[in-house]
Design a protein around this ligand. Sequence first.
Ligand SMILES: Cc1cc2nc3c(=O)[nH]c(=O)nc-3n(C[C@H](O)[C@H](O)[C@H](O)COP(=O)(O)OP(=O)(O)OC[C@H]3O[C@@H](n4cnc5c(N)ncnc54)[C@H](O)[C@@H]3O)c2cc1C
Ligand code: SF4
Length: 428
Amino acid sequence: MNKAVVIGSGAGGAMCARELQGKYQVTVLEAGRAFRPFNLNLDLIAGFRRTGLLFDAREIGWIFPAMRIRRAGAGMILVNGHGSGGTTTISTGNALRRDGALRALGIDLDEEFAGLSGEIPVFSGHQKIWRRLTADFFSICRDMGLDPQAMPKMGDYEHCRGCGRCVLGCPHGIKWDSRRLLEQALKNGARLLTSHRAERVVHEKGRASGVLARNGLRQKWFPADLVILAAGGLGTPKVLQDSGVDCDATLFVDPVLCVAAEMENCQQNRELPMPFAVQMNGYIISPYFDHLSFFFNREWRRKAGNIYSLMIKLADENRGGMTGGRLRKTLTAADRERLEQAVGTCAEMFQRAGVDKSRLFFGTLNAGHPGGMLPLTAAQAKTFHDPRLPENLFVADASLFPTALGNPPILTILAMAKRVARLCRQAG
Ligand SMILES: Cc1cc2nc3c(=O)[nH]c(=O)nc-3n(C[C@H](O)[C@H](O)[C@H](O)COP(=O)(O)OP(=O)(O)OC[C@H]3O[C@@H](n4cnc5c(N)ncnc54)[C@H](O)[C@@H]3O)c2cc1C
Ligand code: SF4
């Protein structure tokens, strides 16, 4: 059987591995380790804040290796998953279809989305476990004419316990993540190698012959008839650059800023995160307890159970890139203007909830939806293949998005990856 190497085991990689195994003998190379939820007591960690030992968000990797944090420009930090399941393991389970920009290029993913709806359970009826203040904010949004919608969640959410730990990995196996696809691929004979970081794809005369990867101190060679690169919006451009293929300086990240206030015993830290959202022009607003700010931002040195926070997630301009592995990404003037507008909307929501503007504080600017550096174009609508790539190397992750979504991307990445796998199966 022909060999396929899939780089990365997140949303795109796991889907391709599952879909290609059988037609190909699939090996998945994953840079991180096998995922384990973070199971330490959060109150204990919160106590550490007083010691001053928690000062840099990048420290999170010491205690939770599945979460990786790096600095971008303008004080922004970038968050991604690093281990089996990629960033899906630390997601909040939101399941929104967002393929408008792809459709505008002539890409119709209806069939793929239909396939996904048959295999991934999605549940929106979780209102009964919302806390009172969240229900109040939902009404406030409705009164403001903002049309709030309960967030569809991927997984068995009718059994969700509302523990609030989604971004640390669901300890109760409720939330869907891409390890479910990996399990199916492995059952059908695929091989998953964790702690194997792909360094570069070796290619000659327009064809890839395999992948060089690092496992600890050892460099290993994986010959391949087909290579699928799905190392995520930051990992994929790095592997491509090191393989002699330049990407575009069109990185977006969906910046996130939380606007928060102290509200007595609201217990948002123990509630389903992002239970609803309002869609605005270029951003969304959704209730979200920001664990990273709680641990590492001085402004958040308050009692966890008394903090209520609204997340702004922005669709940023796709300007930013990578040179020699170094990241360049800041907010543009238009991004800042939109962010300011969004902060004003949050302030009005808090005002209606009885909290004066002067009592608001902010979270650390962060982002966890990188992508867009190998954007699909109308010319690639049928092939999903960028002519810069060797003919048997495909990208199948967030790098393919033409513009920022400012919205949860997993479902749409899964649909794109499903299409890439179908095209490879047909050609192989
Ligand atoms: C806190 C948080 C919450 C989120 N919540 C949601 C949500 O609710 N809904 C939603 O739709 N989206 C959510 N997202 C975003 C979503 O999880 C990601 O956009 C999505 O998983 C990206 O998929 P991907 O396939 O592009 O990459 P990833 O899922 O990031 O997978 C890439 C994988 O490649 C591996 N890798 C990187 N480099 C290499 C290499 N050189 N060799 C081998 N392996 C490599 C990485 O370790 C990683 O496992 C969230 C993100 C964050 C940070
Ligand atoms: S709130 Fe808790 S139980 Fe519900 S999905 Fe998230 S981590 Fe799992």
